[in-house]
Ligand binder design. Structure first.
Ligand SMILES: NC(=O)c1ccc[n+]([C@@H]2O[C@H](COP(=O)([O-])OP(=O)(O)OC[C@H]3O[C@@H](n4cnc5c(N)ncnc54)[C@H](OP(=O)(O)O)[C@@H]3O)[C@@H](O)[C@H]2O)c1
Length: 334
């Protein structure tokens, strides 16, 4: 089969294009999926480059999020037939292993998963929209709704709002009735964020975002008022302290990642003085993905898909993501 294969950690050019890779066969309790769409995530770049503490078995086919049709079933699989449209829940809840990181993923014509990882893809939801959901949108749902409980009227600053997680955070905050301040790195991205529903936008490459928040919403005061109620920060690095300093009294920081650095300098004075909370979210539960599918079916949420690449062109898709040229999700379609 055709596949993108990684033999050793490295850079984008180290991902090997193969048209003769052996197709997998489903074992007991497993299903063979013909992949229709695979959505890239920033996590794929971490897998490519290697992350401290995570030992990836090589060679590996990356690609965490995938959808497609069932092409075969192993022994003991019930309730699923060839041709069924499915979305793969990337986490094997029995072993904790992640599809596209610990077992071969969706950057290939075929993938094998445990039958219990399958989610039925409703007819009204495209393969591309389905593939966009689990990792980025599922984590956003868990962070904004399940854990973060972002509420009506809250002022919510979203950093990295143009990305996969970010575009979902914007939509979920708007659905909750929050006032959304979306921050991104170019005028084009800001225009698209406004079209997505953001009430205000901030270009953080022009001036520090904290200065812009204080100009518009006032300096946070110990007695209350000023600043924003929630900062969504999965960037980390140099954005961490300015985020703490943008939060109002009893403000909350929601985090699920650290694109720009996981061990930033901090300033705990703001945490105690303003009685702030830092709420972490890790991944998604099946219920988060099912809730998202429901919102997509009802037309309340639309996965933002920037572009679709052929599998043979996956290098370009990785480069677009690494160089911050994407608005929403990039899909690879085997
Ligand atoms: N814990 C979990 O289970 C989990 C699940 C999903 C994602 N995450 C994490 O969440 C983060 C976002 O993931 P994603 O898939 O949404 O990524 P993405 O689609 O690439 O979006 C990230 C956005 O962050 C912004 N950004 C700010 N500083 C950046 C930098 N130094 N390098 C690259 N981008 C930067 C970019 O927008 P601008 O150019 O507009 O600034 C970019 O659009 C990642 O750190 C990821 O690992 C964690």
């Amino acid at each position: 089969m055709k596949a993108m294969v990684l033999h050793t950690h490295g850079e984008i050019g180290d991902i090997e294009w193969r048209d003769d890779w052996p197709a997998p066969e489903p074992g007991e309790g497993e299903v063979l999926v013909r992949v229709a769409a695979c959505a890239l995530n920033y996590h794929d770049l971490f897998t490519l480059r290697g992350m401290p503490g995570i030992k990836v078995p090589m060679p590996i086919i990356m690609g965490i999020d995938a959808s497609g049709t069932i092409a075969g079933t192993g022994r003991g699989v019930e309730g699923w037939c060839e041709g069924d449209r499915v979305l793969i829940d990337p986490i094997d809840r029995e072993t904790g292993r992640l599809f596209g990181e610990m077992v071969n993923g969706g950057l290939a014509e075929y993938a094998v998963v445990k039958a219990h990882q399958l989610v039925r893809l409703p007819q009204g939801v495209s393969f591309e929209a389905g593939a966009a959901l689990p990792c980025a949108y599922g984590t956003a749902y868990r962070m904004m709704v399940t854990r973060g409980q972002v509420a009506e009227g809250a002022k919510v600053l979203i950093l990295g709002a143009s990305g996969g997680v970010g575009t979902c955070c914007v939509q979920l905050a708007k659905l909750a009735g929050a006032h959304v301040i979306a921050a991104a790195s170019s005028a084009e991205k800001l225009a698209r964020l406004e079209a997505l529903g953001a009430d205000e936008v901030i270009d953080y490459t022009e001036r520090p975002f904290r200065d812009q928040i204080i100009e518009r919403h006032g300096k946070p005061r110990i007695a209350g008022g000023g600043g924003v109620d929630v900062v969504v920060n999965f960037t980390g690095g140099e954005t961490w302290v300015p985020s703490l300093r943008s939060l109002s009294r009893h403000g909350r920081m929601l985090t699920c990642g650290a694109t720009a650095g996981y061990d930033p300098k901090t300033d705990i004075r703001f945490i105690w003085t303003f009685e702030q909370q830092i709420v972490g979210s890790n991944g998604w539960e099946r219920a988060d993905v099912e809730a998202l599918l429901g919102l997509v079916e009802q037309g309340k949420l639309t996965p933002v898909i920037d572009r679709v690449h052929a599998l043979s062109d996956a290098h370009a898709a990785f480069a677009d993501m690494a160089e911050r040229r994407i608005f929403g999700k990039v899909i690879v379609a085997p």
